[in-house]
Design a protein around this ligand. Sequence first.
Ligand code: PMP
Length: 324
Amino acid sequence: LDYSVDIGWHDARIIPYQNISLDPASAIFHYGQSVFEGLKAYLTKKEQVLLFRPDQNFKRFNQSNDRLCIPHIDEDLALQALKQLIQVDREWIPKAADTSLYIRPFIISTESYLGVAPSTHYQFIIILSPVGSYYKEGLSPIKISVENEFVRAVAGGTGTAKTGGNYASSLKAQQQSGEKGYSQVLWLDGVERKYIEEVGSMNIFFKIDGEVVTPMINGSILEGITRKSILQLLRYWGVPVTERRISIDEIKQAYVDGKLEEAFGTGTAAVIAPVGELFWNNEKMTINNGQTGEVSQKLYDTLTGIQTGALEDPFGWVVEVPSI
Ligand code: PMP
């Protein structure tokens, strides 16, 4: 789909995967006006194709568009377009257990003009890719390191928007964390460098003394769709859960007191990633003996069950893509 100021979004088309041609002066190469989304389609045992809460992705897409001065898309039309694209590419949806089709909608600014101003031209593209099982055998707890030096995003900056720049700013810390043997960074807030924000590509939850807690929406963390769904599930089960500010000192204290029972990340890719080790200020905190916790496992089983059609969906989260 293309956009120009004079005619709006136009020329929707499905074409084979191929290179795109852009003028070297295209705004995207210089001023970073990009937004993207990530979601998955699952093939059920009955060969139905299910999307998980795609309306939420397109809603968040437009929230990011707002921040980046990118024109809104029609959310219903985008979902229809996505369904058609999946119908055409149905054979690419992998069949094996725990595999899925990853969907990446994105918008880039394409006006050929050097100058800092919102572009007058854009392209909205959706690409698809089969993805394998995230876990080879069962859930594998990850090790994460708390980042003291770098900041990912701040409220008032590009904050909560799902824009390329927020990921560019995270790369240096991710690289350094990887060199130390950790798989993801745990970000702290950019103002006081004290409150927990999120993990590299996931939101974070802790179970402390029987209560599940997660950082509240604050203008800088990504408003994860998995996070939102996990909160709903936990409340449905009657598990005590709170969204609030959580300082890294509180986590350390809970660990010292033996009350840090579980930690897990939530996101489209891994669904649930149990955290087995947290590294902060040269100290390792081992959580639940480095094993997957009970709540993490139950959440993973339930959410993946709903996503793949193996379990009933009491929330109306899954959307079927009919075959043609
Ligand atoms: N935080 C960040 C920075 C992310 O990139 C993602 C992945 N989209 C998430 C959290 C989790 O969001 P979701 O549950 O919508 O995938």
